[in-house]
Design a protein around this ligand. Structure first.
Ligand code: BEZ
Length: 370
């Protein structure tokens, strides 16, 4: 996934420890120690609702903002909302963005903290059914539209939801999505791996690249430990099975089955799903899709891309943008316009010195290497 989220976490954590230990901001002006940003501890409320496919738990942060969609997240297999999204949503520079939105973090059934193990023979929902549970969450909260942020299986679920309920999805950030069902070759490989590998190892192979796994860093060990000793490992296996039995999303460019909202596709260089995301990009509407490929998913870069994405939808006033971001946006816009309307498959290499990145605003499919 984020062979991605975790690796993204590790590199940024290291960089940011040098700045603020508490909020990990790399900039003083965005640090929690700055008096102007100091605020009471964020309120979080956890709820469960019954759906036709069983109960689903979600956690809400912040308060609803008038005329703004909620940010709704869905995590990947082997994780829950906290292990998947906390590093990103608690990243210092992310605060100026998310404070403008209420956030709803859905836990797949049985993945929430303290979840009891499902009884033997329990029929775990398919990914399509997990997507069908989302309307119950929104109805309960009385929210009409969302911006979805999903990783891996969560990205698939949010895409399925968007296909079924296009009017309620204003934008999607899809990280490491594989929209394809497993073919027979994949199944054969999966079966073979299953003969020699445990479920936690197979899930680690889904979350991380081979390169990362063979490095066997502290981070990999940490996730191996978490998954192997998870009290709900049996539930995790059920979610894993549903992921592997997913149907093809059948996106078709210019066809009826496509995402109608702005989409930001994100994949790590050499991520296990790199080819799938590239193919997904080729099937989506190029005028609505930004494609961000990052060799090292640094939180700062992802945060900045997310900011551009929201700005493209009209939700981040430029007054909210940092001086640096504004200048980057300006140069990006001109770079895109030089090439005409579409910058498809254009790779913008960023200088390591500035560490900048860019994803095009919705309306440009732009491949960005960072
Ligand atoms: C949030 O602010 O939305 C958040 C905080 C902690 C974990 C995940 C999300």
């Amino acid at each position: 996934m984020w062979r991605q989220l975790p690796s993204l976490v590790s590199s940024s954590y290291q960089a940011s420890w040098r700045s603020c230990r508490r909020c990990r901001s790399q900039r003083r002006s965005h640090c929690c120690q700055d008096r102007r940003l100091r605020r009471p501890r964020l309120l979080e409320t956890t709820h469960s609702v019954e759906t036709p496919y069983g109960s689903v738990t979600f956690t809400v942060y912040g308060t609803p903002k008038p005329k703004r969609p909620a940010i709704l997240t869905y995590h990947d297999v082997g994780l829950n909302y906290k292990s998947c999204f906390q590093p990103l949503f608690q990243f210092g520079d992310m605060q100026e963005i998310i404070q403008n939105f209420v956030r709803v973090h859905v836990d797949a059934p049985g993945m929430e903290e303290g979840a009891p193990v499902f009884p033997l023979g329990y029929q775990y929902p398919s990914l399509d059914q997990l997507a069908d549970m989302i309307p119950c969450v929104l109805q309960y909260l009385n929210f009409s539209t969302v911006i979805g942020v999903g990783v891996g299986a969560g990205a698939y679920i949010l895409s399925r939801y968007a296909l079924n309920h296009p009017d309620t999805v204003e934008g999607l950030v899809l990280i490491n999505i594989d929209p394809n069902a497993k073919g027979w070759m994949d199944w054969a490989a999966h079966k073979l791996t299953g003969l020699t590998s445990s479920i936690p190892e197979m899930i680690l192979g889904h979350l991380f690249s081979q390169e990362e796994l063979s490095g066997n860093s502290e981070l990999i060990q940490k996730y191996r430990n978490i998954i192997t000793h998870a009290p709900n490992l049996d539930n995790i296996e059920l979610y894993w099975n549903s992921y592997n039995n997913r149907r093809d999303l059948n996106f078709e460019r210019g066809g009826d089955i496509t995402l109608k909202c702005p989409v930001m596709l994100v994949v790590g260089d050499q991520a296990p799903h790199e080819d799938a995301v590239v193919e997904c990009n080729s099937k989506l509407d190029p005028t609505q899709t930004s494609f961000l490929k990052v060799s090292n998913l640094l939180l700062g870069k992802l945060t900045e891309a997310f900011k551009y994405f929201l700005q493209g939808m009209g939700y981040m006033a430029s007054s909210c943008m940092t001086r640096l971001s504004r200048s980057r946006t300006a140069s990006l816009t001109s770079a895109a316009s030089i090439d005409g309307n579409r910058s498809r498959s254009r790779t913008l290499s960023q200088s390591s010195e500035s560490g900048t990145l860019s994803s095009g605003p919705p309306g440009h499919t732009m491949e960005v290497s960072c």
